[in-house]
Design a protein around this ligand. Structure first.
Ligand code: UT7
Length: 378
């Protein structure tokens, strides 16, 4: 039996920090509300493109694995905030890395894109299609969040991380995988204004409106992740006692606590980064994995559980058996450039391009848009 060992890991985190107090300068919100309802204190705002963040993460993961870019067979770019659709973003990472022999694909299942991507790439290693892959989770949400809507604006942040997987005979890497989609509720999380359904309606990228039913997402997130965890653990015949670390999607501390409780794992064995980075959608799980490795919380042979959920509403859980090595082979020379502006200045620059009332933007109010809305509900 062939396995896909995780042999490299790296992050591409933008350094500029947006605090809860920064958000209070332009939204009717408070540090107290955000902290108690979500567990979030800070999030990052990127000054570089999503492809650049992804490239830094991928380059670091390759150096960590001791693998040359020319040895990569596949790049999976997981995320839902791609700057372009054609050409795809994975090809942008490929050219920047010089991974001349790689195939390159984008995979969008919103916040679960890394989980789906790692599951798919592992299967391709196992069936012999490829030997080595880079799997990336990346989001640049700050450029298209509706900054006038406090229901969503306080929740999200930018970031990227990547892993390298390589064919191996040792039983390690993803050893269990459960994926699903609660599609009946697909309307509870929708970003209007991105995609060809909105073409020709006078709506430009970034002029977006978010449909976001927080409570409905909350309940379905807990249900979807809990069921996926139970299923993947039952398949492998393991209980919560045997899980060394849960590395969950980071959308809300209360969701994480509920999922850990149902999985039978105490919070001491759960990786939490939501206070530092907010919800980075597809990037939360890989960034949390990289931080867990840096903090020495992943040991040789550790059993990891990675549950997630996102727009769709997609959900899933991976069971990962770590290999022998928890120390990088090398370091990438690729550095994150310094930002020239503060996070708040960058956010204010995006806000200046958006109508301060958000929902009253001309494009979004047009009768044509109402028609698009009716269609997209279907
Ligand atoms: O990764 C996938 C994406 N998203 C998610 O996973 C999010 C899942 N949902 C959640 O995490 C939570 O539902 C939220 C954090 C979004 C909201 O927490 P909640 O405890 O469900 O609050 P709520 O929506 O019931 O709102 C409570 C109150 C409301 O006021 P009233 O109606 O009680 O007067 C809101 O208007 O809090 C108000 N509120 C705010 N107040 C201050 C909503 N957003 C804010 C805010 N600051 N940012």
């Amino acid at each position: 039996m062939r396995y896909a060992a995780i042999t490299g890991w790296g992050e591409g985190m933008p350094p500029a920090v947006l605090t809860n107090d920064d958000l209070s300068t332009f939204l009717e919100t408070s540090d107290e509300w955000i902290t108690t309802r979500t567990g979030m204190k800070e999030r990052r705002i990127s000054h570089i493109s999503a492809v650049e963040m992804a490239t830094i993460a991928a380059s670091r993961a390759l150096a960590c694995a001791g693998l040359d870019a020319s040895d990569v067979d596949l790049i999976v770019y997981g995320g839902c905030s791609n700057e372009e659709v054609v050409p795809n973003s994975a090809s942008g990472v490929q050219v920047a890395l010089g991974a001349t022999h790689a195939a390159a694909m984008d995979l969008n299942t919103a916040c679960t894109s890394f989980i789906y991507g790692l599951s798919a790439a592992t299967a391709m290693v196992q069936n012999g299609t490829i030997r080595n892959a880079v799997v990336i989770g990346v989001e640049l949400i700050s450029r298209y969040i509706d900054w006038s809507n406090r229901n969503v604006a306080v929740l999200f942040g930018d970031g990227a991380a990547a892993v390298v997987i390589q064919a191996s005979d040792t039983p390690c890497g993803v050893i269990g995988s459960v994926l699903g989609c609660d599609a009946e509720a697909r309307q509870v999380l929708r970003v209007r204004g991105v995609g060809c359904g909105y073409a020709g309606l006078g709506i430009t990228f970034g002029d977006t409106m978010w449909d976001f039913d927080g409570q409905a997402i909350f309940k379905r997130a807990v249900k979807g992740m809990t069921e996926a965890c139970a299923k993947v653990m039952a398949q492998a015949g393991v209980t919560g006692d045997e899980i060394d670390l849960v590395i969950p999607h980071q959308a809300n501390l209360r969701i994480i606590e509920a999922v850990a409780k149902y999985a039978g794992v105490p919070m001491e064995r759960v990786m939490v980064t939501v206070h530092k980075y907010g919800n980075m959608s597809a990037a939360t799980v890989p960034v949390s994995l990289v931080e867990a490795l840096k903090d020495g919380r992943v040991k040789p042979g550790s059993l990891l559980l990675m549950p997630g959920f996102g727009g769709g509403l997609t959900y899933g859980a991976l069971l990962v058996r770590w290999g022998d090595r928890v120390v990088p082979f090398g370091e990438s020379a690729m550095q994150m450039p310094e930002p020239t502006q503060s996070a708040l200045d960058m956010v204010n620059a995006v806000r200046a391009t958006q109508d301060p009332n958000g929902r009253s933007r001309a494009g979004l109010q047009s009768p044509v848009f109402a028609e698009a809305r009716a269609h997209s509900r279907a």
